[in-house]
Design a protein around this ligand. Sequence first.
Ligand code: NAD
Length: 308
Amino acid sequence: MTGNIRYDNQVFVITGAGNGLGKQYAKFFAARGAKVVVNDLGGSFNGNDAGGKGTARVADAVVQEIKDAGGIAVANYDSVQQGEKIIKTAIDNFGTVHVLINNAGILRDITLRNMKDADWDIIMDVHVHGTMKTTRAAWPFFKKQRYGRIINTSSTSGLFGNFGQSNYAAAKVAVVGFTETLAKEGAKYNIYSNALAPGAASRLTQTVWPPEMMEAMRPDFVVPLVGVLAHDSCKENGSIFEAAAGHYDKIRWERSKGFLARADESLSADVILNNFSKIKDFTDADHPTQPADMTSFIEKASKLPPSQ
Ligand code: NAD
């Protein structure tokens, strides 16, 4: 990949960087001056042999590739569930961390009816708890140096739902709420957090996509947007992006103008039924980053005639 963008002397921690998207991120940033912690426990795509019994030490192979190309990288083999150990690898080797890319992930696709507790729990553990653990461990370093960039990996399954992925969808939309909150907590310290819903050929998609789709969806086509979000010039904070096959976009919430009723005994389900089309009408909608202003609703509603 060409281009002039650089990350000299920046320390990157990239989880799940032994395969797929994470590996492409690691190689991209290391090739442009970053010092990279390549985290991966070398598990199977469904987390069944997490801990290195399967494709153990995939992180080493990526580190070697980076070093062979003249870059700087170290491997870490801990699960993201022990996020503090991954951040410690960055601190021990490079003294700090500037950019955290929470990318590690697994799938346990199964319909809700057939889902075991273990299928739900492991997805939450890796995607939600793992993302929190690394972020919480990196946060004091970000805050102290008044600089941090966090890219959390969501999914269209989390944003829109997907058949057979209720566990994964729940985890991936949790990552969005987490990111939106980090954005608010970090803004004043120059810690900016964004969520990415990528689409790329990988172990996670090879069983569902045909070969031509796998070729069109190369993981390196996701990388350029991550390259921008991770750059110190980027002030984006609390946003959700999609990236796949050379297409990039931003997703946001939309709130209808809605229907305001007098909130007293005249209010009933019949009133809502009579006005349901207004509640769902997106004419003149806005794009909120905050809850609606309830104080103004309370004041306006009190002056309305009885609801009907
Ligand atoms: P991948 O399987 O190629 O790579 C994921 C890596 O994460 C693997 O190397 C795996 O060993 C590692 N990993 C798994 N559990 C871990 C843990 N507990 N600790 C540390 N490492 C762990 O998958 P990918 O497609 O590159 O996926 C990367 C991320 O993108 C995931 O979060 C995934 O959910 C998300 N995603 C991918 C797609 C897609 O189209 N590929 C779509 C939406 C979201």
